[in-house]
Ligand binder design. Structure first.
Ligand SMILES: Cc1cc2nc3c(=O)[nH]c(=O)nc-3n(C[C@H](O)[C@H](O)[C@H](O)COP(=O)(O)O)c2cc1C
Length: 368
């Protein structure tokens, strides 16, 4: 297996990275009261030491009273939490890496198993987490305006602290995706609508505000998914034309890189072509894209939460698509959660040392 194409440098605006491998954002819930600890900093700097090109942080929530359902998910606001993040990015840079925080508002959520709840009810476009499951309230105009401002503030802080890029979490059924998806956006005002471009207004305004805050030269990544955790076969865009009508206004608003979340990167997005989501996103928008989903593993990530283990698998199909120019970057989640040195092992062809993934790795921040 020749993986040379994964080890070419990549540059786009503020982002200059030594290879094409991105650590996928993964919530770890090891930041008590929202403050990333020294161990969290060590966890990320180990991945930089292990030669990850770009590290995306776990989702880190913006300054809204109910942006999170978990007291141990890191904040991206407040002096203490931002001090923790400064420590993280300094450690990553010292180890030769690059990093962006994934800024996040969860929207309407189920209550966390810990019993912790935010001080005010969850908020979303229509109070819905998923069809038929209402666990929050409908956002007012001022809620929406303040949330857009809070995304912008978080991005400005990311730049100020020295991060190399910022990723906006628009995927997986959380706030921004609740606006995109018709079954969770029943609004009759300008924030809703029958078409996906109409329901994209909230995301577009978030991206515009982020761009306004960080300036032209800072790379902005937007993460998107067609699937929802409650509906694996959901599609926001049903064909390439709909995808183009969805992504181009987001690109015009300021997105530099689309991070196209799939559970399995090899699955075609539309009938009649083997292009995946990242392949189509690049083709219709002309923007750089990141692919993701079971790279180097036999099983996908949502099954992993239910306890399914995965073994290492070949990268040949990934490299074939990369060499064809389908996408620019490749995000890897669970392999890097279990093993900070996964990238080095791939580069040095030490495949017999690859660890695969088992659920136990979720219980700790693996440092070795
Ligand atoms: C423990 C865990 C936490 C995750 N948390 C996030 C998150 O905070 N934000 C996000 O966009 N995706 C999250 N994901 C999804 C990953 O970013 C990635 O898309 C997924 O794991 C597929 O990649 P993989 O097959 O290489 O693991 C998470 C995945 C795992 C395993």
């Amino acid at each position: 297996m020749n993986t040379d194409s994964l080890f070419r440098p990549f540059s786009l605006k503020s982002l200059n990275i030594k290879n094409r491998i991105v650590m996928a954002p993964m919530t770890r819930s090891f930041s008590p009261d929202g403050v990333p600890t020294e161990t969290v900093a060590a966890y990320y700097s180990k991945r930089a030491e292990g030669e990850v090109g770009l590290i995306l942080s776990e989702g880190t929530v913006i300054n809204r009273p109910s942006s999170s359902n978990d007291a141990n998910v890191p904040h991206f606001y407040g002096e203490q939490a931002l001090g923790g993040w400064k420590n993280v990015i300094d450690g990553v840079h010292a180890a030769g890496g690059a990093m962006g925080p994934q800024i996040w508002h969860m929207g309407v959520m189920a209550n966390h198993a810990s019993g912790w709840v935010p001080p005010v009810p969850f908020e979303g476009p229509s109070g819905l987490n998923s069809p038929g499951f209402n666990n929050g309230r409908t956002m007012t105009e001022s809620d929406i305006a303040e949330t857009i401002t809070a995304f912008g503030k978080a991005a400005a802080d990311a730049k100020r602290l020295g991060f190399d890029t910022v990723e906006i979490h628009g995927a997986h059924g959380y706030l921004i995706d609740q606006f995109f998806w018709a079954p969770t956006n029943e609004r009759k005002d300008i924030w809703g609508g029958k078409t996906l471009p109409e329901r994209s207004r909230f995301a577009i305004e978030v991206v515009k505000e982020v761009r306004r805050q960080v300036g032209e030269d800072f790379a902005i990544i937007l993460r998107l998914s067609q699937f929802k955790p409650t509906a694996y076969d959901a599609k926001l865009a049903n064909n390439p034309q709909e995808m183009e009508a969805w992504l181009n206004p987001l690109a015009d608003a300021g997105v530099d890189i689309f991070h196209c979340s799939q559970r399995r990167f090899w699955e075609p997005e539309f009938e009649g072509s083997d292009l995946n989501f990242a392949g189509w996103a690049k083709k219709v928008s002309g923007k750089a894209t990141i692919t993701v989903g079971s790279v180097g593993l036999t099983g996908e990530f949502l099954a992993a939460f239910a306890g399914e283990s995965s073994q290492p698998s070949s990268l040949d199909e990934l490299v074939r698509r990369m060499d064809r120019g389908d996408f620019d970057l490749v995000a890897v989640g669970r392999p890097l959660l279990s093993d900070p040195f996964w990238v080095q092992k791939i580069r040095e062809e030490r495949t017999d040392e690859l660890k695969g993934f088992s659920k136990e790795a979720l219980g700790e921040l693996v440092l070795n």
